[in-house]
Write a protein that binds this ligand. Structure first.
Ligand SMILES: C[S@@+](CC[C@H](N)C(=O)[O-])C[C@H]1O[C@@H](n2cnc3c(N)ncnc32)[C@H](O)[C@@H]1O
Length: 247
């Protein structure tokens, strides 16, 4: 089933990309909106429940604020909380995050398993960024929070990483913006390159389901087709949006 969760204030809630840590609303409001989104994911059978540790999420947020160099980001505080919560609940052993820029999107996912927000033990949390300088920045950032190496960043084309990853994938996060011709249309290429290892129950997250919906037309048609994915929910509570799908 394909459905949409849209918060009433979706059009008004927005961040300045150069101020990643600025609080945009009272914490109770942020928690309530993210809880509504999580409930929509539970209702569609994408998540088994909507409970996560709020103190650990805040410890994760503080570690990122203190340690990460973030030139800019489009990850709003609501999205950071939702990504952390989805990972804390789904607890993926193997995660691939594609197109991670400075690593903020990646650690929003991986922070449920490494660093002070960790609530489970993962096997391999792999981020991939095609630009070597950005990949090096992301790797430096991630190392400050995760000295263990469970979470790591490769400088590579995410299509190759997806094609070559040798194990079943439990969660995939898509944010690569491809070439000028492809743009975010590359999401579908990456997903299909990994398709035979996208195990049943794998959760696939696609950032920019709202502001890049046109470029994502083929991707969104694919994940909303019940022949491919069991369920898919378009979460709209900021200007970017997140399509959350389960195989
Ligand atoms: C726009 S950024 C994502 C930023 C993120 N939404 C945030 O708010 O921090 C997309 C990234 O994907 C990377 N990228 C583009 N094509 C890629 C590919 N084929 N494989 C891996 N990374 C890629 C770009 O270099 C860029 O850093």
């Amino acid at each position: 089933m394909a459905s949409t969760y849209r918060s009433a204030d979706c059009d008004q809630y927005r961040m300045e990309y150069s101020k990643p840590h600025r609080e945009l609303e009272p914490p109770a409001r942020e928690i309530a909106v993210v809880d509504e989104a999580l409930s929509a994911l539970v209702a569609e059978g994408i998540l088994p429940h909507a409970k996560y540790d709020h103190q650990k999420m805040l410890a994760h947020r503080k570690a990122v604020r203190d340690a990460f160099e973030i030139p800019w980001t489009a990850i709003t505080p609501r999205m950071q909380r939702l990504l952390y919560a989805i990972n804390a609940i789904a607890q993926p052993a193997n995660l691939i995050a594609a197109g991670v820029f400075c690593g903020n999107t990646f650690i929003s996912n991986a922070g449920a398993a490494v660093g002070p927000g960790a609530c489970y033990r993962a096997r391999q949390l792999l981020a991939v960024e095609i630009d070597p300088a950005k990949a090096a920045l992301a790797e430096r950032n991630v190392r400050k929070i995760d000295p263990t190496g469970t979470a790591r960043v490769l400088a590579e084309d995410a299509v190759d990483t997806a094609r070559n990853f040798p194990e079943p994938i439990d969660l995939m996060y898509l944010d690569a913006d491809g070439t000028a011709q492809q743009g975010k249309g590359i999401y579908l290429t990456i997903l299909q390159a990994a398709w035979d290892r996208i195990r049943p129950g794998c959760v696939v997250l696609a950032h920019n389901s709202f502001n890049c919906a046109e470029r994502l037309e083929h991707y969104l048609s694919f994940v909303r087709d019940p022949a491919n994915m069991r369920a898919s929910v378009n979460v709209l509570f900021d200007r970017e949006g997140l399509e959350v799908s389960i195989r």
